[in-house]
Design a protein around this ligand. Sequence first.
Ligand SMILES: [Zn+2]
Length: 58
Amino acid sequence: MNDIGKVIDRFDDYSPYEDIDMQKKSDGIKDDLVNHICPHLLFCPECKRETIIYIKEK
Ligand SMILES: [Zn+2]
């Protein structure tokens, strides 16, 4: 599985300059801001499927 980046980076509506905490409030993923988790997309080249994993922020 390849980590292809943060889920919020895939939202076209939000510029990369927008505050990341504001994006987290808008991404529809519950409690990622409060719990300091960062949803990332993984892509498996064999299955051609995407999976979301949650990476704990430091
Ligand atoms: Zn796979």
